[in-house]
Ligand binder design. Sequence first.
Ligand code: C2E
Ligand code: CA
Ligand code: CA
Length: 457
Amino acid sequence: MSASHSAIPPAGSQGADQRLAYLAYHDVLTGMPNRAALAERLEQALERAARGATVALLSIDLDDFKLVNDGLGHSAGDELLRQVAARLESIRRSTDLLARHGGDEFLLLLELEPDADGPGLALEMARRIAQVLESPFTVGDAEFRIGASVGAALYPRDALDAETLHRHADSAMYDAKTSGSGFAAYEPSDANPLARLTTAANLRRGLEQNAFFLEYQPVYRLPELELIGLEALIRWRGSSGEIVPPGDFIPVAEKTGVINALGGWVLAETCRQAREWDALGLHPNIGINISPRELHRPGFADELVRTVRDAGMSPRRLVLELTESAWTVDSTRVAPALERLTAEGFVLALDDFGAGYSSLSRLRTLPVDVIKIDRAFMQDLPTDPQAVAVVDAILALAHACNCDVVTEGVETEAQLRFLAQRGCRLAQGFHLGRPQPAGPTEALLSARLSGTRRSAA
Ligand code: C2E
Ligand code: CA
Ligand code: CA
């Protein structure tokens, strides 16, 4: 309870009016300014800034708070919030306003000089927030760590009014959370010409109208080029018949939460298709992509297990492809779900390995069965010695961890030869087979049954 703001003045010690005025602008739990205080200060700051200055608004949201609240009880949750408030308060500069917006969300308002580097300062502040929250918290006899995700929006760059600025800071915070990056600055999404199409409402309508379908890309074993499985990839049939790739709608689906419904559809459709192929004597392993946000939803693992069981499909045939952020964001919440899925026999794949902020050393600690090397690495193979060294290192480490490795994005015969020589056992890419709808995929699976094979050797 050491926030530098004083606690609520006791009744009677001051006039009732003063007490009421205090309560109107302060958060009872932490003694910090509340959202009304922030709203007022923000309006004033924007008025001042209209003469040429910059304002940065940072939205700060704790990553594992719900876990503490649910696991240790509300009074522990309250105590944690007071401690977090005190730590955040310790890095607030005298000109900033720090407010509790509600729940486990805080807002930091920075008023900057006209010539200040707004984006740089917002990033610097986010770093200090991460730093000050880094050491463990002690509540009762429990000790634990808690992270935070921070999003920033700037006036006048990102918005000209208080409400929009706040909304953009929140949306950046959500980006930081889903990507696991800890910090994100607001990025306008309507730079995308398909933004009109990709609203949450349109996505939901697409689901109702059956506008989504799956394509399947084959995965091959090297060097014999044996077809060993498929990756299911979602597509959207637009109103004029055009096919919209997932890169144009998955990010919006993630941001708006529609990804939960979409992911549910992908799983159901994959199971339905698997059953149809089973009846024909075709039993491919199938990979599906799972967004971090789906994995974070309580009950996700239970529902997945139930759906797959009801479909009579063996979990061993379903590869769950997760990017590394799935493990790093809110890992305390996600770990039990992953353990459950591993125990049920599902195969876990670490997708896009090497893209973003993955680290070789963390690989040992993650419970994965398969590593998919991001296709960015493939581009410079086999000519660039540095890319060769990196891929070699990943292969060696993955084999030491007893993981299978799939290299993605194999586009040329030279790359395929190189990978086969280096002992890479699994590969996927346009050179081997493009994603195709169920019909042609079925023909491919049948051909494999009848023994048609090529070889990379
Ligand atoms: P991803 O999981 O890395 O999927 C592989 C992507 O690489 C696919 O793009 C595939 O078409 C493309 N690809 C495969 N071989 C090659 C190649 O040789 N060269 C190049 N340049 N590209 C290749 P796609 O289908 O556009 O999917 C993009 C991303 O969208 C996926 O990346 C995945 O992250 C996401 N995604 C796709 N389907 C789903 C889904 O059902 N759920 C979720 N949450 N995400 C999905
Ligand atoms: Ca994938
Ligand atoms: Ca991938």
